[in-house]
Design a protein around this ligand. Sequence first.
Ligand code: PEP
Ligand code: MN
Length: 351
Amino acid sequence: MIIVMAANAPQASIDRVVSEIERMGSRAHLSRGQFHTIIGAIGEEGAVDHNHLASLDGVEKVVPIMKPYKLASREFHEDDSVVEVGSGKVPTVRVGGKHAMCIAGPCAVENEKMLWTIARHVRDGGATVLRGGVYKPRTSPYSFQGVGLEALRWMRACGDELGMPICVEVMDTRQVESMEPFVDCFQIGARNMQNFDLLREVGKTTKPVLLKRGLSASVKEWLMSAEYVLSMGNRGVILCERGIKTFEDSIRYSLDITSIPVAKQWTHLPMIVDPSHAAGKRDWVNALALGGMAAGAHGVIVEVHYNPCEAQCDGPQALLPEMFRELMGQLRQIAAVSNKEFAEPAVPVGA
Ligand code: PEP
Ligand code: MN
């Protein structure tokens, strides 16, 4: 349930409500709006006493949240959430509300040289966050599985030098601790969307989490997964629609454009699209990216490679640098008519 505090309720009243919620064995999550503070009481159903909370000083009303996800719901947080990616050496990039951005880079970091070359291409093209997988979820155990932690160090150095926060997939709970000091954003892959232990583990960190939609997950299930992260105290969840399995076999996955307005109605969380993994083929990537942005997404994540033939993973869908540049120009136009600001690279092009 949520406890809506009266406009400008004093901090002492807020603290009292929080301590009462905790005394009843639930957790309190605060959402501060312009006038009202909303407190989410999250725990086992039936654990908190509705009437008792309603009687406390400064409480305007107590409302049950009917949705199975609570902290992710619009009831808990009416305005769009804005998530900040990056801190320390790299500039912060905002996503959500009026803020849109592009994450780009190779599917997998294969070696240091290819990473730097692609990173410069995407930064010069206008990407503000660098992606690159160091652990790869492959269908076959005999395919390239990623370079591992060494590649994460290259990603960090590259991101720092080019002024780009880095977004890297984590596949296993055992990787979270060693990756946390390096990454600016954890990526949870589609195949791990319902790895609840992993969701809880990244939920304990302070880094934002890019949560891909599962291959066969409904929007509601996806938001339940977001709830796992949020319930551990991490507010930085960014949703990512990356295509779902349908009967259509001409493309790899069907990018579910419908999920964008649906999710945006149900949740305050920012949402981006991944046209690369949906299309599976570079010819179709830009059209899907533009469609996603036009439908209201807060940006895109795309794979780019200067020589896709030699890529060890997802070469056929990698955009060539010139295709990426063209896409960025078009995305900016859509952002402008959608009243969104598109994040610009912090370090000058070519540096
Ligand atoms: C990826 O981003 O490289 C990836 C494996 O994505 P997904 O989990 O969406 O398949
Ligand atoms: Mn990939």
